[in-house]
Design a protein around this ligand. Structure first.
Ligand code: NAD
Length: 729
């Protein structure tokens, strides 16, 4: 084990270097922690050592805890987690107290942290236990505690130390939102102490160590008379902070994220007791969060599996297909967005539309986004010129020569798309891959316009393209491996997360989201209060209620999709009750946000005000309203049963994609880890039982798929049966 090594120079400063072998980023393991502890013991005991600097042998300091450690701790149960966390607290507390006399607070050895780059999670919690944190001037470095983003919270003292260092109010963005900062911003926020030129990092940290006084080593909370900045809970100002914070957290999380609640409790309760007791309180809350299935599901989907998909877990084994030149046809909302993310990733872009004016408008979208970035100080004028310089806006298909990928984003019309496909084929080489961004038309059908269906594929972006991180890659019946690899490599270049699915009506994401919207609208038609529908959705962790969602995506688009689906399905079409409402709304000219009128009322300025009162006159509300849970079950099962059917039918071939895609694509209750994780949390048997009740009351759309029934009988879970590398049959 050589994760940490120590060298003491003639100046008497012991430099402990963190450098995990065979990894590009340091992560903390149990054995690593034990080694660090031993080295600190040695340095503190060695009379020739005057102080310690902890630094990294890599360009960054550390990326966080090895998630396998967390998995191992969880496997051992609550006591193992608590004991493991308390061991970490002891080591970090030893660093903090640095061998000083507990009464006089004298005689300790100064310990500094020197961060060459990124320092996340335990990579910041460890420095927070030292006496001074130095960071190299490195605008690319990210410093912070992002644990909350994956369903846990900083559990190695970060929560307690940051709250005491900054006060609950100032620490809130870092703890509750996982805000990351570059070194300069981290210094001005008080997260770290000094930003120094990279080549002086070690020297400056050593210098501080050699000149530090006893008083420099005593943390404010170990000093007599310590008062929490901004006030502890029973201080008038602190009282206001905690009341406000509680309301804010509940408002933002609707109480469904156990980590946010536990974090807040750890800060509140911790603030009322001495520091060491606060650490024990933090450890208890951390243990409870790790024992909650939501946290393991979130870590699995949002960290482990998301990363695996981004690294190409389902990429065919063919040579690198990185895109050099992409041709984008259709410079509308989607095409313009795709042009921006491509050019931003260093890819040469040809953006084509029917008229030069439309093509230029598409390019101007990138200019607008870059200008916004400049205003926020994120984009330099050089970068703006560089990115815009990569986009050629034209009507001339000859400019596509040499493009290795085409992304078509013209009108959603088979005829228009076929015509464009033919024009592209005439202008490009034999190896060019053709992708369509269609959201509803079957890829296999669109591929008929090409004489090279193996090179035809769906690359489905979500709107707005620059913000939405999921990209759904759809294989037509004849799509070949190179096309899949090309699409995946493209998605990797533009730093988004891909899922690969087979061709079927609405692919995966829209297939699940449409029933969610429809179920909400159906309830309105039945006389359920719209506000109950919307709040039930939000209280179960959906970012938007179904009625707000259809307002955002537009009601006329819903009408268009409904008509096309009905035409395709004929007598089997099940959503007549939904269409009554949708078509009536469209007839009233209430098309959603874009017309400032939809299920919601909007101000002249476009602010969403409240649910539209006129809805009740047309759809009177029942005196007897259903329970919150019943409404939530309807909304959730409308989605998850579609996900299970997609798996059963082979549209999805990997449940990891089903879970990650659901959270990133349409915000499916992230606390659950996704639809398959949620079904695993409640259990297949319970899910089947709920389906039985819903089917009896509301009809066969809630009938449990055979796969779910079989799993219920056998007592199986999705991740047990299909998890990891195992695939659906
Ligand atoms: P849009 O109407 O904003 O843009 C379409 C553009 O294509 C227009 O600029 C139009 O001038 C251009 N165009 C039409 N015919 C053309 C032709 N023959 N040659 C060149 N350019 C032509 O539409 P959009 O919202 O950007 O959607 C484009 C595609 O992306 C559609 O297939 C749509 O289903 C799909 N899509 C849309 C969304 C969304 O949220 N809007 C999401 C995913 C996928």
């Amino acid at each position: 084990m050589t994760d940490f090594t120590m060298q003491t120079g003639p100046d008497g400063v012991a430099v402990i270097t963190w450098d995990v072998p065979a990894k590009s980023m340091n992560v903390m393991s149990t054995a690593g922690f034990a080694l660090l502890s031993d080295l600190v013991d040695q340095a503190l005991a060695d009379p020739s050592v005057k102080g310690i600097v902890i630094t990294s042998g890599k360009k960054d300091f550390a990326g966080g805890m090895d998630l396998n450690v967390i998995a191992q701790m969880r496997a051992g149960g609550a006591q193992a987690i608590f004991d493991g966390v308390m061991t970490m607290h002891k080591v970090l507390r030893k660093i903090e107290l640095a061998g000083m006399d507990p009464k006089t607070k004298k005689g300790g050895k100064p310990i500094a942290a020197a961060l060459p780059g990124t320092a996340l999670g335990i990579g910041l919690e460890l420095p927070l236990s030292t006496h001074r944190i130095f960071a190299a001037e490195n605008p690319k470095a990210k410093i912070g505690l992002p644990e909350i983003m994956v369903g846990i919270f900083p559990g190695a003292g970060g929560t307690t130390r940051l709250a005491r260092k900054m006060g609950a109010m100032m620490a809130a963005p870092f703890l509750l939102e996982g805000k990351l900062s570059d070194p300069k911003a981290a210094k001005s926020a008080g997260l770290i102490d000094e930003v120094v030129p990279a080549d002086e990092l070690l020297a400056r940290a050593k210098d501080w160590v050699l000149n530090a006084k006893d008083a420099d080593l005593v943390k404010p909370w170990d000093d007599k008379g310590y008062k929490m900045p901004g006030g502890a809970p029973y201080h008038p100002a602190g009282f206001m902070t905690f009341v406000g914070a509680n309301a804010m957290v509940m408002g933002k999380t609707m109480g469904v994220y156990p980590a946010a609640r536990a974090l807040l409790a750890a800060v509140y309760e911790g603030a009322l007791v001495p520091f060491d007791a606060a650490l024990r309180i933090e450890a208890r809350h951390f243990t409870s969060v790790l024992m909650n299935p939501s946290s393991s599901a979130m870590i699995r989907s949002l960290f482990i599996n998301k990363e695996a998909l981004e690294k190409g877990a389902n990429r065919p084994r063919v040579a690198d297909q990185a895109v050099k030149k992409v041709g984008i046809i259709g410079a509308g909302m989607m095409g313009a967005g795709i042009a921006y993310v491509s050019a931003n990733a260093g890819i040469e872009v040809v953006l084509i539309d029917n008229s030069q004016e439309a093509a230029d408008r598409g390019r101007a979208h990138s200019e607008g986004l870059l200008d916004k970035g400049m205003k926020r100080g994120k984009v330099t004028p050089e970068k703006k010129a560089e990115v815009l310089g990569r986009i050629t806006a034209t009507t001339d298909y000859a400019a596509l020569a040499g493009a290795d990928l085409i992304v078509e984003a013209v009108f959603e019309d088979v005829g228009v798309k076929a015509e464009v496909t033919k024009k592209v084929l005439a202008a490009t080489g034999p190896d060019t891959i053709f992708a369509t961004n269609t959201s509803t038309l079957p890829i296999t059908q669109l591929a008929k316009a090409s004489d090279k269906p193996a090179q035809f594929i769906g690359i489905h972006f979500f709107s707005p393209v620059d913000k939405m991180n999921l990209v759904e890659i759809i294989k037509g019946r004849e799509t070949g491996e190179v096309a899949v690899a090309k699409a995946l490599d493209f998605v990797r270049q533009i730093r988004k997360t891909p899922i690969v699915v087979n061709d079927a009506r609405f692919f995966y994401a829209n297939r699940c989201i449409i029933p969610y919207i429809n179920e909400g609208i159906r309830m309105v038609a039945e006389g359920v209060e719209p506000v109950l529908v919307e709040n039930a959705a939000k209280l179960v962790g959906m970012p938007l209620g179904p009625l707000q969602l259809v307002d955002e995506t537009s009601i006329d688009l819903g009408v268009k999709i409904a008509k096309a689906t009905k035409a395709a399905m004929g007598a089997d079409y099940p959503d007549g009750a939904v269409d009554d409402v949708l078509f009536w709304m469209a007839d009233q000219g209430r098309l959603g946000r874009k017309s400032n009128a939809g299920f919601y009322a909007y101000s002249d300025k476009g602010e969403r005000l409240a649910l539209w009162e006129g809805l009740e006159a047309k759809y009177p509300q029942d005196k007897m309203q259903p329970s919150l849970t019943d409404v939530q079950h309807r909304l959730l099962f409308a989605q998850v049963l579609e996900a299970v059917r997609a798996l059963e039918e082979g549209v999805l071939t990997d449940i990891r994609e089903g879970d990650v895609g659901a959270i990133l694509g349409w915000g499916f209750a992230p606390w659950s880890g996704g639809p398959f994780s949620w079904l695993d949390i409640i259990g297949a048997a319970r899910a089947v039982e709920i389906c039985r009740g819903l089917t009896a009351q509301f009809g066969p759309r809630f009938h449990a798929p055979a796969l779910l029934r079989e799993m219920a009988e056998k007592g199986e879970t999705f991740y047990g049966r299909f998890g990891g590398e195992k695939r659906a049959a």
